[in-house]
Design a protein around this ligand. Sequence first.
Ligand code: ADP
Ligand code: MG
Length: 694
Amino acid sequence: MKPVDEFFGCKVFNDTVMKQMLPEDVYQSLKRTVELGEKLSLKTADVIAEKMKEWAISLGATHFTHWFQPMTGITAEKHDSFIQPSKDGGIIMAFSGKNLIKGESDASSFPSGGLRATFEARGYTAWDPTSYAFVKDGTLYIPTCFCSFDGSSLDKKTPLLRSIEAIDKQAKRILKAFGLGDVKKVTVNVGCEQEYFLIDKKIAELRPDITLCGRTLLGYKPPKGQEMDDHYYGAINYRIAEYMRALDHSLWEHGVYAKTKHNEVAPAQHELAPVFTDANTATDQNQLTMDYMKSIAIRHDMVCLLHEKPFSAVNGSGKHNNWSLSTDTGVNLLDPGKNPRDNALFLLFLVAVISAVDEYQDILRASVASASNDHRLGSNEAPPAIISIFLGEELTHILDCFETGETFVQDVKQKMQFGIHTAPSFTRDSTDRNRTSPFAFTGNKFEFRMVGSSASVAGPNIVLNTAVAEILSRFADKLADADDFNTAVNTLIREGYANHKRIIFNGNNYSAEWEEEAKKRGLLNLKTAVDAIPSYVAPKNVETFIKHGVFNNAELLSRCDILLENYYTTVNIECLTLKNMLNNYVIPACFKFEKQLAELIAAKTQIDVDREEELKYLSFVTDGAKKLIASVKKMDELLVKVSPLPVYEKTKAYRDLILPAMDDARKTSDELEAVFPKDQWPFPSYTDILYSVK
Ligand code: ADP
Ligand code: MG
């Protein structure tokens, strides 16, 4: 491999390339669009498009695509070649400003939750110049927003960009009140730690559940799982190391700051974390990372599983969303600095996040809700479904003192040691290794740990940005009306904390006592996605989203519908797959084994020896097969019963009827697997799968 600094970002149309290739006035105009949201003229776009094409062709590109993020949770792309017939029967390579800025595509096959009437199938993609274009596999990728004919968003990027604008606006109002009007931009920073499983492709192909659902629907617990803690940070084996090198290489070429990689807790589980960047880029790059994780795995004869719970009885995968706010003057607004007690600006932003997380628990929980994440949350490897914040003893103590009046920032503006924290004396709380908290303050950022490994991080960040923007806007209103600024700031910190401190919990989130305690505190415990998703249309949330221009009413209704639909469709596919595995594999295998046992018993009858154990064995298998046949019948009946129900009832029925029926069937099947001859069980075992990459 060449030295990394020689090829890092070589496939990205980044600032350096733009500065080199674009005429100065065009470059400046684009910068103003990116930084200040100024409109870009078509003439300027034409020049950018021409240069972008030239650059992409030099890297072997023949096509371009408007890359977007529909509500499927993955990315979508339709490739158009640059070729255009010329008069002499040849071709020219063409790409105009119009091609760059706007695309039109048939949106009818993407989920719209009723936003787009069927007769109006058109969808539009619009260039997002705040995320760099790049070349991948011979195509120029242009990050775009995706919306319907009337401008309603049909994707995850549009509302994310709106929420980034909302929080920038409100945070700047606060900074201005603090006399920091020189800050032109407040950026949301996000770093996503991505967990994943790698298994051998040949083994994966023998499992319809892995192929179709990305998780196992059957499988007896392996004798050795993660009990020995020998996989976590363990030596990385050769095949995995080769894979990780290839992955890093592709990510670096595409400007992703892939930084850490290691083995995770479960066998076959790994993690990759990049250096954080702005939320929009981080979201795009995480999508690209997930794409590469999957495609590079195939090249290495492996399958990458991004599902939140591919195997029962071993840890599932999450995606920690590290989140902070920084100014263009280089200050992290969540950095406590040398002396947090005196850092009123920090405390105010801290209390804003605490208030936002408490007040918007429901929708934050909804932002990580999916059928797949339901299997992980609360199952002793991931935070429970109750949202709480870990602050650490020191900060909690400081805020407690604030509340009781023991400490008081006397002169906010003078004492604020803003941006000059060269030698922080604030020791990061030693308990910041509290791994059980769903929303932990980890030194100078918050870490939202409930996000599922397969999810786009757009959803959680949209909600977090908007909720914090709302609290900041209230704070800014109060500060604008205040007679005495210092008193007003102190009051906001004290009252904000007093009203919302119930959300702070520094203890063990996995314990049963916490569930009790949380209930006493009145915190929500929305156990499943079905309980959480309707929060998207709760009046207080609708009002906030509308106020900050992040979603309109119709968009929220549609999102709620899409998420519910997604839930029951997922479970439906799983149920059909399970039936197929039982009908076509497990039940016939039982019959075959029964026959063998019966023949053995018959032979023994003739020679008159004790057959007691064999008979027990036989009846166990016979009963098991009978139970499985009954389970399949039950699933068939339930599927017919739930099918005509309206969306919400149907989603609930899939949770309350179909999933338990699937669990029942699994239990029977797993008990059979435990006693079956290895060569007669139709699927690779958990041991075969989890230890398949050697
Ligand atoms: P850990 O495993 O201890 O949580 P990692 O180093 O694996 O830590 O991941 C931490 C993630 O947080 C990285 O992606 C890192 O870039 C990101 N991060 C660090 N500082 C910030 C910050 N100020 N804002 C947002 N993300 C941050
Ligand atoms: Mg982490």
